[in-house]
Design a protein around this ligand. Structure first.
Ligand code: ITT
Length: 192
């Protein structure tokens, strides 16, 4: 069976792709290859960061590898927080701080358009491929819902009335930016 590394230790992301590829690939995490290195995300785009992580593993261990990065891009803020989504309110901030900063930046603004964008970089053999998943939606004015993580309580995907945090993980995992990008990757890998 084809063996490939997913440069993450996020169990939720691993479970998701294992479910989508349905046992047709052997997908190993960083923990599975005993890699405890902190791979710094120093790029200025999602593409750069995803590639940086995948390249680190490919160069150090020689395995085919893929990695992802995700950001929330708000139209009226020119795409911010984007690649800086996890540390929008500062290095030591938490999701509540990030949401508060974003809600504050949008006070009184009519244009609440935003999108979640996931980019996956795959290094396989001598080839490099990118896969993208996008979900368009709106930032509401206050937090709603408990499920999910990050900015989920303030984001309503287009076509829905509830936030990702209210919709819950089952619905979110069907329609999310990460699920879309992951399905594109899985299609490519299982078709090879
Ligand atoms: P890694 O260890 O895999 O890098 P991470 O927490 O950095 O995990 P991402 O790069 O995927 O996660 O995402 C960066 C930030 O974007 C994340 O910390 C959240 O604030 C936000 N984010 C990403 N995906 C999200 C989602 O599905 N819902 C809400 N917020 C999300």
């Amino acid at each position: 069976m084809k063996k490939i590394i997913f440069a993450t230790n996020n169990k939720h992301k691993l479970d998701e792709i294992r479910k989508i590829t349905d046992g047709s690939l052997q997908i190993l995490s960083l923990a599975d290859i005993h890699c405890n290195d902190e791979i710094e995300e120093t790029g200025s785009t999602l593409e750069e960061n995803a590639l940086l992580k995948a390249r680190y593993i490919k160069e150090k261990y020689g395995y085919d590898c893929f990695a992802d990065d995700t950001g929330l891009e708000v139209e009226v803020l020119g795409g911010a927080p984007g690649v800086y989504s996890s540390r929008y309110a500062g290095e030591a901030c938490n999701p509540a701080d990030n949401m508060e900063k974003l809600l504050h930046a949008l006070v009184g603004l009519k244009n609440r358009n935003a999108r979640f964008r996931t980019v996956i970089a795959l290094l396989i053999g001598n080839e490099k491929h990118f896969f993208e998943g996008v979900v368009n939606g709106k930032i509401i004015e206050e937090r709603r819902g408990e499920a999910g993580f990050g900015y989920d309580p303030i984001f309503i995907p287009d076509g829905y009335e509830r936030t990702f945090a209210e919709l819950g993980n089952d619905v979110k995992n069907q329609i999310s930016h990460r699920a879309l990008a992951t399905r594109r990757l899985a299609q490519f890998l299982t078709g090879q």
